[in-house]
Write a protein that binds this ligand. Structure first.
Ligand code: SF4
Length: 488
């Protein structure tokens, strides 16, 4: 399928920024607050940074306090029914805010809002929502906000704005208010062409389109210059980066370009589709000293029959081959995955194939999910008559096995010393700092909070299923905290 790219002209983004200024002037002096509540994946977290950037340009200070927010933005996820129900529950609860403060604005955006059925439901049953728009409209949020402020008025709920553009845009230069100052998301592409039979993403985020590599590199350079030390490249399937671009640049090439930026920082990425991960990528990961030795490679199932029904485009054998190849290039690789249990038609034999694959690979951590039927996808049309109790039992067995594997892998790290990046606070017992190894393993430490944002050597003294515990090791040479191998 040909990739679809529509670049939004720089003048259009400038117009949106001008609208922000106009809103700021028209609202006048005085403090105003906005909050953005984010559901779902890292891509949504990244989109919320743009929403916050625009809101800041409109003159809103950011708050986490719903009671004082003049604008409440709910950035939604459509991937699982449970998250969708939570959104509806939480948005419904905002009716009390609107009753007391009818002048406040409630915005529902993101993947749920791209669905016509959801927009109709919001129109009918969620009258507290003033503005509703899908992910393709993100770049023109200011224009939609201005229209909402005009029809809404500042005194009450007089009108509402609904929008869901089809145009799958690539927009550069939007303002962005990032979370934190150590780790940063960097979106390299949007959308997906894969149409896995259970997944709603291609329907709500559209076909894949990559940002030009020079734009990605420019943003990465700015992040490094601003002091960020852990940059995660984001895309639904980063391994297909570059398709549809005029330049010749695939994901492995992009990794090398970012690795060439001077500075002491780590590059991570997600998500990799096993069918598109190439030897060239593993070679680039091995050669790029800034690239984290971590691969999140969602397997979803270990049964060829189910993988085919999922339209995943690989077999169990091919997946195992990819793992073997990746480990050959990067022996210290930390491998994580996603698994779905209870896909329509999954038998006990299919499940046992999944269990045996995960045990054979030995994942550092596994994100396990019970299949969630998404209307509009292929799999939603198929009979799904496995009793819930059977699916739950399979899920519990998988989780038990995953936890045992993770605990054993973590225990094997005890006594080792890793170069870690201290990235925030920890509230785990008397451990007050959280850090990550290059492979992405969480290490709880004790130390002065002024160390947040710094590299350190951590000696691992304990572990459990979810994390490692350690002590900051003395630095033996002045340069040691600033350099070191990208160990796991
Ligand atoms: S690769 Fe498959 S699971 Fe991932 S976003 Fe695309 S369709 Fe969904």
């Amino acid at each position: 399928m040909a990739a679809l790219r529509q670049e939004i002209p720089a003048a259009e983004i400038q117009r949106q920024k001008d609208i922000c200024r106009r809103i700021r002037v028209s609202l006048g002096d005085g403090e105003r607050f906005a909050m953005v509540d984010t559901y779902g994946c890292q891509q949504n977290e990244s989109d919320s940074e743009v929403l916050r950037g625009y809101l800041g340009a409109m003159g809103y200070a950011l708050t986490g306090d719903e009671e004082k927010a003049d604008v409440i933005v709910v950035n939604t996820c459509a991937v699982r029914e449970h998250a969708q129900m939570r959104v509806f529950g939480n948005v419904g609860a905002l009716s009390h805010v609107k009753r007391v403060h009818p002048e406040r604005i409630v915005v529902l955006c993101g993947c749920m809002a791209q669905s016509e059925a959801i927009r109709e439901k919001v129109k009918r049953s969620y009258r507290m929502v003033d503005l509703c728009f899908g992910p393709h409209d993100l770049w023109r949020f200011p224009e939609l906000m201005e229209r909402t402020l005009q029809v809404h008025g500042l005194s009450g709920n007089r009108g509402r704005v609904f929008s869901a553009a089809d145009a799958e845009a690539v927009a550069e230069g939007m303002p962005r208010a990032r979370d934190g100052s150590v780790k940063a998301w960097l979106t390299i592409m949007n959308g997906c062409n894969n149409f896995c039979s259970y997944c709603i993403v291609p329907y709500v985020r559209g076909r894949e389109r990559s940002r030009r590599s020079e734009e990605v590199v420019r943003e990465a350079e700015a992040l490094v210059a601003a002091g960020y030390r852990d940059i995660t490249l984001l895309g639904q399937n980063v391994n297909s980066y570059g398709r549809g671009l005029e330049e010749e640049c695939d994901f492995a090439d992009l990794l090398r370009k970012i690795n060439a930026i001077p500075g002491d920082f780590r590059i991570r990425f997600m998500t990799s589709h096993p069918k598109d991960a190439t030897e060239k990528l593993f070679a680039a990961m091995a050669e790029c000293e800034k690239c984290a030795p971590h691969l999140h490679l969602p397997v979803q199932s270990g049964s060829d029959r189910i993988l085919k029904a999922m339209n995943r485009g690989y077999t169990r054998e091919k997946y195992l081959h990819q793992v073997e190849l990746a480990r050959r290039y990067i022996p210290e690789l930390v491998l994580t995955t996603d698994v779905i249990v209870g896909f329509p038609g999954e038998t006990e034999a299919d499940f046992l194939d999944t269990l045996s694959l995960t045990e054979e690979v030995g994942f550092d951590s596994m994100f396990t999910f019970i299949y969630s039927r998404r209307p509009g996808t292929k799999a939603a049309e198929w009979p799904d008559d496995t009793p819930r109790a059977v699916i739950q039992d399979r899920f519990d067995r998988l989780l038990e096995s995953a936890n045992a594997a993770a605990a054993a892998l973590h225990a094997a790290q005890e006594g080792k010393t890793f170069r870690v990046l201290i990235d925030g606070r920890s509230k785990n017992g008397d451990y007050n700092l959280s850090s990550r190894t290059a492979g992405g393993r969480l290490v709880h430490l004790r130390g002065d909070e002024s160390l947040i944002g710094q590299w350190a050597q951590a000696r691992i003294t304990g572990s459990n299923t979810y994390a490692l515990f350690g002590e900051i090791a003395p630095i033996r040479s002045p340069d040691e905290s600033m350099t070191g191998p990208n160990n796991g």
